[in-house]
Write a protein of this length. Sequence first.
Length: 132
Amino acid sequence: DGSKIPPVQFDVEVSGGGKTLWSGSLNATTGYGARYSSNHTEVLPIACDTEKLYRLMAENSLSLSLRLVVPPGAKDKRRVFVDASWTRPSPNPGCAGTGRRTAQLQETVDLNGTTVIGVAGDGDFRIRLTPR
């Protein structure tokens, strides 16, 4: 059947805060995207009264989804929809509590070689996609 769109394999690198948060390969197609997620939660190493420990939970999480988008009648103009978020603790936690910061992006980009998309500013969250 000539109407089927083959999956595309992407080499992916996700970075933020000056370091690589995740790198690997994901396969995506039009009906079924690819998804990667991770979550790490722990108590911050701050000496406080034990009744306040619940306020000192630090969450680090990353979520990434990729899905191909093909305009009707234009199989050669494939694009990829990227939906990603990164959550991490505020930079200055204390016994009064912690906060968290989240960077998120949702963007559709052309498949023209390596593409870097990101949220400039706090955390410098970036995703580098290279279709194989």
